[in-house]
Design a protein around this ligand. Sequence first.
Ligand code: PDD
Length: 285
Amino acid sequence: MSRIAYVNGRYLPHRGAMVHVEDRGYQFADGVYEVCEVRGGRLIDERRHLARLKRSLDELRIRLPMSLAALGVVLREVIARNRIGYGAVYLQVTRGVARRDHGFPAPDVAPSLVVTARALNKARNEALAAQGIAVISLPDNRWGRVDIKSIGLLPNVLARQAALDQGAREAWFVDKDGAVTEGASTNAWIITGAGTVVTRPADHTILRGIARTVLFDVIKAQGLRLEERAFTLAEAYAAREAFVTAATQIVLPVVRIDGRAIGDGEPGPVATALRREFHRYAEIT
Ligand code: PDD
């Protein structure tokens, strides 16, 4: 079965789905995106993802290409046309197609909208979670507004590749004070020796992950203590457990940071329980 992509009002064969060379996403990374998990053919946390999309667009003064309700219809149509049971749907909005000029184009230039979907291998994801991942750390060299889910991801791309080059799966960015901000495409968490779950507050220095928001409810329901505060790399090395969160990975245990074993070097019981419980608290529509 051939894959289908939505591009500016049309459902096209994925192979030939294209945007114009003058699209500002291509020219300037002048756009934003969202990635939602799909389970049983249904969207996970659509409402929160679309609310964050709206916020990102507002912060950048890019028009919403259609109502959030209409966007939801397109997302579902792409999921259905690609017959995705378990996977991810990707949505990107840019400031549109216009002659290359740094300033915003004329107000009548329509924003571009692209939606794609792909199946993921559930067994492989579960195996990865059962095994846990290694992460490396590196200085956070991103811009000051990473709370906006911009498609400008060059530092994230380079960080992820540095991790892969070192046999790790994710890179954690560290700020100038030695505190962990977040992963290249995940939020970062630790569990202290006292059993407190710690993650950085969602200010302008991290993306307010949707999985992160949902996990707050899971943590509360499990009766765990949560601290929203910055934690240092040294604290992470000494943590009982560590893990990352993101839409398509949910909770992924971290078993090594910079080559040092975290806890006993195996996925911990708390991260494992949080992963198991996650979808009882996510919104499925
Ligand atoms: N990444 N931090 C960054 C920098 C991210 O790129 C992401 C998501 C997250 C987690 O956000 P959420 O829980 O809403 O997925 C945190 C997506 C999945 C990506 O770029 O593919």
